[in-house]
Design a protein around this ligand. Structure first.
Ligand SMILES: [Zn+2]
Length: 93
């Protein structure tokens, strides 16, 4: 299983956890806070992963993808790891 497949599994597990938590605790008084806390923790986890997961060859963050827009180079962050590096073409494992 490569890194992209692992990320898909991780995303599916995250969604299941999110819906289970959401439906499980929403009725409680602090339920919404728990869901917000879960989202914040996920966001922090994603930001950490986005900055720590770098291409072994060119050291660019693998989740950063450059896009051409009206002649300008724009950078967007993707949730799933691309199958190969957007900068140097190195495949990710
Ligand atoms: Zn690279």
């Amino acid at each position: 299983m490569d890194r992209r497949a692992k990320h898909k599994v991780l995303l599916i597990v995250w969604f299941i956890a999110f819906f289970l938590l959401g439906s499980g605790v929403w009725g409680f008084q602090a339920g919404q806070l728990m869901v917000i806390g879960f989202c914040m923790a996920s966001l922090i986890g994603y930001i950490l992963a986005a900055f720590l997961m770098r291409c072994p060859k060119c050291r660019m963050p693998v989740l950063l993808r450059p896009r051409k827009f009206l002649g300008m180079e724009l950078y967007t962050w993707s949730i799933l790891t691309p199958s190969r590096c957007r900068h140097c073409g190195e495949p990710h494992h």
